[in-house]
Design a protein around this ligand. Structure first.
Ligand code: C5P
Length: 319
């Protein structure tokens, strides 16, 4: 489609989206449910090298470490993993894959290529069993939102999907990142199941992202976008991409920017159809994708045919 070609080139605009999506975006802008107040300065028009250096200078992965209230008084220092997320692979990983859950990955035959990476990141409840040919079967890290921990349908506590992997959970907190407010009123109460899971599986690396990290990523998207973006946290996809850019020398992202297989099918493992899954309504997803497109160092043909973007790791960036 014309829209897709413009997204591949990096000049797509939300004004090209279905009026229903545009209306939803406007509603989120005026609701400003998380109390966002952007205080940064716009820096649109950065080159790829400038963008990369801005990211390297700013992006600091942070997880709850139990040193701040209210968690300090709740004994979370002893509850969280002793080894920080950034030090699980002290020398860094070489090549990593980020596999989004988009329906467009069906019939891609990317499974073998995905599994050839040193580490593979997947999202939420996305399965591999039955889809190996298209998505592979290796999982190193799984990013899960707070609904996965709290919605009984996911059987979080005993589902094997969440075992033998590094787990990274997150929940939308207020933009102020006031941990007391967040603890009292999370979007979904992930704290109770987190404590329960940590006690049962103390050896498994399992972290909760610090709200400051989530909103720092939001600030970076807004800073590099001329328009006002939705005042809601970035998608798990964007969070995962930036996490892997800090851990890996090279990151291959699959079906984030859609290939020619683009479809309204939300997830490859469900029948639900909604264009908002790919283009965004709640999350500033289209703006995230435009930013990632600007960082792409991969081949144009790989973007169209595989839906693949190749990003350099932040450690290697020469600034
Ligand atoms: O829907 P879910 O958040 O589990 O999907 C994981 C991530 O994959 C999303 O946060 C989004 O970044 C990406 N995604 C996408 N297009 C889709 C479905 C998911 O870009 N159709």
């Amino acid at each position: 489609s014309a829209f897709l070609r413009r997204l591949w080139r990096g000049d797509a605009s939300p004004r090209m989206l279905h009026p229903r999506l545009q209306k939803a975006m406007r509603a989120y802008l005026s609701a400003n449910k998380h109390g966002v107040r952007f205080r940064g300065r716009r820096a649109a028009g950065r080159s790829r090298a400038e963008l990369l250096c801005a990211l390297r200078g700013r992006v600091r992965v942070r997880t709850l470490d139990g040193t701040e209230p209210p968690f300090s008084a709740l004994g979370w220092r002893a509850l969280v993993p002793a080894v920080p997320l950034g030090q699980l692979h002290p020398r860094g990983l070489r090549s990593c894959a980020v596999v989004t859950s988009a329906g467009a990955i069906l019939n891609s035959s990317l499974g073998e290529e995905i599994d050839s990476h040193d580490a593979v990141l997947r999202f939420n409840s996305a399965p591999t069993r039955g889809y190996e040919k298209d998505v592979g079967n290796k999982t190193t890290v799984r990013i899960i939102n707070s609904q996965i921990l709290t919605n009984p349908s996911h059987h979080f506590i005993d589902n094997s999907l969440y075992k033998d992997v590094i787990l990274v959970a997150w929940d939308p907190a207020p933009y102020s990142a006031n941990l007391n407010l967040w603890y009292q009123k999370p979007d979904y109460n992930l704290f109770t199941p987190y404590v329960q899971y940590r006690r049962r599986n103390p050896e498994q690396p399992f972290y909760i992202l610090h709200p400051k990290f989530i909103w720092q990523l939001w600030d970076i998207i807004q800073e590099n976008t001329e328009e006002k973006i939705q005042p809601n946290p970035p998608s798990s996809g964007f969070i995962g991409i930036l996490l892997m850019m800090t851990l890996c020398r090279e990151v291959h992202v699959y079906e984030y920017i859609p290939s020619v297989r683009q479809t309204e099918l939300c997830h490859y493992h469900e029948l639900y159809r909604d264009a908002a899954c790919t283009l965004g309504a709640y999350h500033p997803l289209l703006y995230e994708k435009l930013l990632v497109q600007r960082l792409n160092t991969g081949a144009r043909g790989d973007l169209r045919r595989k839906g693949k973007v190749v990003l350099p790791g932040l450690r290697a960036a020469r600034c």
